[in-house]
Design a protein around this ligand. Structure first.
Ligand SMILES: Nc1ncnc2c1ncn2[C@@H]1O[C@H](COP(=O)(O)OP(=O)(O)OP(=O)(O)O)[C@@H](O)[C@H]1O
Length: 711
């Protein structure tokens, strides 16, 4: 017998080449290797020379020509190149892999083989070029694997692992050697090579596992050393990492959290947002479990693939509280509400039902619009709502729009950065909205807010963030808004004086405070309350009580309180009718609002004129403002000066807002205490009556002082 011949029957030339290379490694030129196509091109009689047919797969048996039917055959068992395996080992469990071959049968065979090798954790989809798979399906597959058929991998795959053609297994080589009685001297080299690759692979794996372990331990100790909570979540939503600080901050044990779904352990962190958007959310201030946490959530992406989310967070509760304290101390505004619902006096149906509504309103966080006449107690209701809410330990910041000039209002509300305008304070200034952070802002006399500010207010209420004047940083604010007005905002909206959109933003929960004349049964109760507050033992005769009950109280509770204060200063013992100002005795029923005109309808000629004026002044602001104005006008009159409103205001010990000084001067003018020139340069002068009133106020102060000293 001549040289033994092996006929290779494979589906592709590439496999034939691999087989020939493998056979030569063992048998050098001691065998003759021909492929089926070479044989077909040759003389047919050569079949006698073929010792064995080596098939790459049993299925090819059917395609053999009849003349070869009697020749013995072997189906090659095949192996894999060990050196190619590490790439496959890096693929994470559950990854969908398209296994590509030159036909589906070969692909299925490869899948079977890889599963046997231990890759059951991968999700294989066999694929050959004859398969028509929709692109949408293909796109759901993460990676393509092939045994030497990269040309059949569909176009859009970025990740392809080519394991190269599978060589003939050593057992098949032994079968051939036995058949031809050939010695295989080099077999030990081959097995040595095989084991070398295997050992190398094992070593690499061991090194990488070890490295990974070391890396993991190193990483863990770094992550534990960081004073920040860190939580790792995999793409399926399971917590895979939970550092020590995370445990300390959240009072949870690491081992209790690992492998749990994040929704179970950290439901308040809103991590699902990142799972949906795959976008980072940084420095989010979240309030949970009585803590303030500054949270950053980062999606983990590798080669465009989403791997999960890392959450880092710091406990800023202390910082928040300190900041709150600093904010409180750095201002003399007195940012605390002192009134509770218990301090709202009254037994009438009108006030008790209003209180009931207000209590309900206080437990929600919605914006409230309080309406009611002047002096009905709108601000004390606002304070009580704050005190009864979850924000009670946080600031209550009142802003009075009637008292703010248009030029000041913006910087007062939103603050400003250093150097943003001439006269801006060094270091800038914190705005009232910022001061109210986590608390309540009370927008009093909102009907007086200029239109330009209404627009800015609307923006803040919508976006819940402010930007300081001259600044470029947005500051998130969490405030509850309570607004109040004695004006008819709806009517102002119709006249174009108030923005409709702002009106609806504010009027979420409306609360109307009844006027005192709608709850007359509370008049005596309130008088009693204010007398007690002044710690006096004044007694009111029944005529006095009757006349007080009949009076309309247009200035509401503020007027009543001022009246009681007035009595405590000028009366000792029993209050008689002669102590009561004429207009109260006359019972001015029918007025709806306090107005200067009706006040001045009282006859001046009787001896009570100065009392009347004093009473009027007390009802329309504080006596100290009027004293300040009159004293400065007296000074100017001594110097024979006539001065305008602006200069006068600058001379006051406590300058007033534009609106307020205008209002105070109008009242003094109408009561005859001052004369205001028709032309601008004529200025303002104190009158004789004004000097008498000033004198009277000073006396009152002396009496009050003496009274205070006595008690
Ligand atoms: N129900 C009440 N019980 C006790 N005191 C009250 C009550 N209502 C109002 N007051 C007192 O009346 C005065 C005026 O109240 P407040 O300033 O809250 O009124 P307002 O409606 O906000 O007035 P304005 O519209 O003029 O700002 C305050 O001194 C307050 O203490």
């Amino acid at each position: 017998m001549g040289m033994p011949s092996i006929l290779l029957v494979t589906k592709s030339q590439k496999v034939s080449q691999t087989f020939e290379r493998n056979l030569r490694t063992f048998f050098d030129s001691r065998i003759d290797v021909i492929t089926l196509s070479q044989w077909q091109e040759m003389n047919e009689n050569l079949q006698d020379k073929i010792g064995v047919i080596l098939l790459s797969t049993r299925k090819l048996l059917d395609s053999l020509p009849d003349v070869l039917a009697d020749i013995p055959f072997l189906v090659a068992r095949r192996n894999i190149e060990m050196t190619r395996l590490p790439q496959l080992m890096e693929v994470s469990a559950g990854t969908k892999c398209l296994l590509v071959a030159n036909d589906l049968i070969t692909a299925e065979d490869s899948v079977e083989f890889l599963r046997r090798l231990g890759f059951q954790h991968l999700d294989f989809v066999p694929y050959g070029p004859e398969i028509e798979m929709p692109v949408t399906e293909l796109k759901k597959i993460d990676l393509a694997i092939t045994h030497g058929w990269p040309e059949f991998v569909p176009d859009h795959f970025n990740r392809v692992i080519d394991l190269h053609n599978r060589p003939i297994d050593l057992t098949t080589i032994f079968d051939i050697a036995q058949l031809f009685n050939l010695s295989i001297e080099k077999a030990h080299y081959y097995t040595a090579d095989f084991f070398r690759d295997f050992v190398q692979l094992g070593r690499n794996l061991a090194i990488s596992v070890n490295n990974e372990k070391q890396l993991k331990t190193k990483l863990e100790s770094i992550l534990n050393a960081v004073h920040e909570g860190i939580i790792g979540i995999d793409k399926h939503g399971y917590i895979t990492f939970f550092n020590e600080d995370a445990g300390k901050i959240l009072h949870l044990r690491t081992e209790h959290c690992i492998n749990k779904r994040f929704q179970e352990i950290i439901p308040d962190f809103q991590v699902e947002e990142v799972f949906e958007s795959r976008e980072e959310i940084s420095d989010q201030l979240l309030e949970m479990r009585n803590l303030y946490l500054l949270v950053t959530k980062i999606p983990l992406m590798l080669d465009g693939q989403f791997l999960g989310v890392v959450v880092t967070f710091q406990d800023v509760t202390k910082v928040q509280r300190i900041e709150q304290e600093i904010r409180k101390k750095s201002t003399h505004l007195g940012l605390t509400a002192k009134y509770h619902f218990d301090n709202i006096i009254g037994m009438s149906q009108a006030i008790t039902s209003t209180k009931e509504v207000a209590v309900k309103v206080s437990t929600s966080d919605y914006t409230v619009l309080i309406t009611g006449e002047n002096g009905t107690g709108k601000e004390i209701f606002a304070q009580a709502i704050h005190q009864n809410s979850s924000r009670k330990d946080m600031p209550f910041v009142p802003v009075n729009f009637a008292g703010l000039t248009e030029s000041l209002v913006e910087s007062e509300l939103f603050g400003y950065e250093e150097g943003s305008f001439t006269g801006a304070k060094k270091g800038g200034k914190i705005g009232l909205f910022e001061l109210a952070h986590n608390g309540t802002i009370f927008l009093d006399e909102i009907g007086d807010a200029p239109l330009s500010i209404q627009a800015a207010l609307l923006r803040v209420l919508q976006e819940r963030q402010v930007m300081r004047v001259g600044g470029n940083r947005v500051i998130p604010i969490n405030v509850r808004v309570i607004a109040a007005t004695n004006r008819n905002l709806m009517e102002m909206v119709q006249k174009g004086m108030f923005r409709e959109d702002l009106y609806y933003r504010l009027n979420v929960l409306p609360l109307r405070i009844p006027a005192l004349n709608e709850r007359r049964e509370d008049i005596l109760i309130l008088i009693e309350h204010f007398l007690q507050k002044k710690n006096t033992n004044l007694i009111l005769s029944s005529e006095v009580k009757n006349s007080l009950l009949e009076y309309h109280w247009p200035g509401n509770i503020r007027e009543l309180e001022n009246f009681v204060n007035y009595l405590t200063v000028i009366v000792e013992g029993e209050v008689g009718l002669h102590h009561i100002p004429e207009r109260i005795k006359n019972g001015q029923v029918g007025q709806t609002q306090s107005s200067v005109e009706t006040e001045l309808a009282f006859p001046r000629e009787n001896g009570g004129e100065i009392e009347q004026i004093l009473f009027l002044l007390m009802r329309n602001g504080s006596l100290s403002d009027y004293e300040d104005i009159l004293a400065n006008l007296l000074l100017c009159s001594k110097r024979q000066q006539r001065i305008g409103r602006g200069v006068l205001n600058s001379m006051l010990s406590k300058p007033l807002t534009e609106a307020r000084i205008r209002n105070r001067l109008a009242i003094l003018n109408r009561s005859g205490c001052i004369s205001v020139g028709q032309k601008k340069q004529q200025g303002t002068q104190i009158t004789l009556l004004g000097i008498q009133v000033l004198q009277r106020i000073k006396n009152l102060n002396v009496i009050e002082q003496a009274f205070q000293n006595r008690i």
